[in-house]
Each structure stands twice: as structure tokens, then as C-alpha cells.
Design a protein around this ligand. Sequence first.
Ligand code: KG4
Ligand code: ZN
Length: 343
Amino acid sequence: MSSVGGSAYILGIESSCDDTAAAVVGEKYEVLSSVVASQMDLHSRFGGVVPEIASRVHVCEVVPAVKRAMTEAGISPRQLCAIAVTQGPGLAGSLAVGVSAAKALGLGWGVPVVPVNHLQGHLASLYLEGLEVQLPSLVLLVSGGHTLLAEHTRRGTYRVLGQTRDDSVGEAYDKVARLLDLGYPGGPILDRLAQEGEAVLALPRPMIRKGLEFSFSGLKSAVATAVRARGDLRPADVAASFVAAVMDVLVEKLRRALEQGDYKSVAVVGGVAASPILRDRVAKLGATLNIEVRLPRQRYSTDNAAMIAAAAWSARETSVLPSPAGLGFGIRPGLGLDGDRAE
Ligand code: KG4
Ligand code: ZN
């Protein structure tokens, strides 16, 4: 990647799930523009993302999103040193739209295209807008598709310490919200409701004292059983009980992982990191243990393309991710942080 005319910018494109996003980010991780076209309203009536609808909408939205991102950034394609696009993990049809668009633009503009791992994107969100992270850092990634703890030693370098064995935290939120008929995405809805309720249900805290792996499907089933057994439960009390159980597990795992390593900071990224309740609990943990807490700005916690461009910048610093890979790469829907998973 070389800079053109003294300025170097990366255009990020993200379409792995139900947001079509484009952003322009400079080499100091400054965000010149970040456009997110959400499909939330289209999917909410189904209680979750419908892959076929998602990919069709990406087809309509991706070029307008890129145009808006470039216009708002006030730059021309000649000032781009790369286009970074999410290669996986995600929905195959949705990924294919973003990757095809990125390749077409790269070819037309003569700009290299860099494939980016969506999870590396979430992790790189920590650096956007000049935020710094003291390393080594313990990072918790909590999104709709993933829940994992990783040791972050250098920019762009992560070692997975434990992941979920079944549902992710975001998935559990979304399924419980669907069970209560509250709409999609469940995270913000349940979080809000939880603050009006009381944690009256004695729900399990799965694997809370066992290793650094997670499991949330049992918790989701326990909520379903309790709701079926007691018709008189207030949704706010169910939400408060569920959120309390999730937070207890996340914070306890963080505390135990921190004890096992020599970390200078603790960070939380991914869609669920937008939760004010989680932010508050992690801040308190940091204060208790006297360790620095790092959180991306809320708008960069949920899916966005600025984090995809940021991951490409950090790949350049560490060369962990492939540098401009030509146009021969394809989508990798089952990509994990450590590479492809058997699915
Ligand atoms: O990272 P993300 O935007 O997409 C994926 O990569 O999956 O995460 C989406 C997840 C959804 O499950 C959503 O319910 C959850 O993040 N989420 C939240 C909040 N905002 C989004 N969960 C808890 N509290 C929130 N405020
Ligand atoms: Zn995501």
C-alpha cells in the first residue's frame, strides 16, 4: 500500500450480516466518514436476520453507501491506498455482495483490495479515532455471532483463550427477545427493559467457574422454561434476570482471565459492547482491580466499516493479515479468529 499525493486512506466495506456499511479511515485511524445502512426494520418482523433478504438488500445499498462514504470524506478514489472488505465470517450471500463490490471498485479505480476478518475488525475498533490500548490487553469480543476471550499482544495480533461452545451472547439476547416477542435486535431492547425490572428469577450462570470457555444455550433454555412455567412473569423482570446472569458470567470470566495473565488493560468489543450495562460492569471491574478499561465508542461496537478499514491498517503494521491480495480471494463464511473452522 502506498500513499498517493501524500495522503493515504482506506475505504472499508462491510456486509457480513444485516448492515451495509462503508467508511473512509486514514492512517492514524481517524474516521473521515462512516456510513451504516441498517436493515433492522426489514428483519425485525421475523425476529432475526433472513439471509436471502439481507443479501438482496446489500445489492441495492452497497454502491450508495460507498458513494456517501466517499462524498462525506471529501476524497477522490485516487487518494485511496486500499479497499478493505469483510471476507468472513458471516452470511455467504451477504459477504459475496461486499466482496464483489470491492473487487469491481478496485479493478475500476486501480486500487488494491484487502480481505479482512470481521473479528479482526471488531478488535481493531479499539484503535479508531486515536484511542490507544496498553498492551498486553485482555479482550472480550461479544457479538451476534461470536463470544471469545483473547490476549492482545501487538496491534493486529491476538491469541484466543476461550470461546463459546454454543450460542454467542448476542444470539442469546436475540433469542430471549424473540421468546418474549419483543422484536429484533434483542440486545438494546432487553438492556433497556432490564433497567425497569428486578432479577427475580434464579437463572443458571453457565460455566461461570469452569475454564475460559462460555456456554449460553442453557441459559436461554432456562429462560424459556421459566416463562412457560409462570405466565405471570413481567417481561421487565425476565429481562433483568437474564441480563444479570449474562453479565455475571462475562465479568467473572474477565476477572479470572485477568488473574491468569499479566495484563495492562482490559477491553470489550463487538455489538454487545454497546450495552451500557456491560460497559458499567466492566468499568467497575477495572476500578476494583485497578486496571485500565478500553471500550470502542458505542457507534463502533456494532457492525460498521470503519473497523474493517482499521483492521487493514493494523495488518499493515504487523503483516498478520495478508497485504493486498490481488483479486483472487473469495468469501470465507466460516472464518474464525484463528482461521477457518470446520462447519
Ligand atoms: O457485532 P454485531 O453488530 O454483529 C455481529 O457481528 O454479530 O453484534 C450484534 C449483536 C446483536 O445480537 C445485538 O442484539 C447485540 O449485538 N447488541 C446489544 C446491544 N446492541 C447490540 N446487546 C446488548 N446491548 C446492546 N445495547
Ligand atoms: Zn460484527
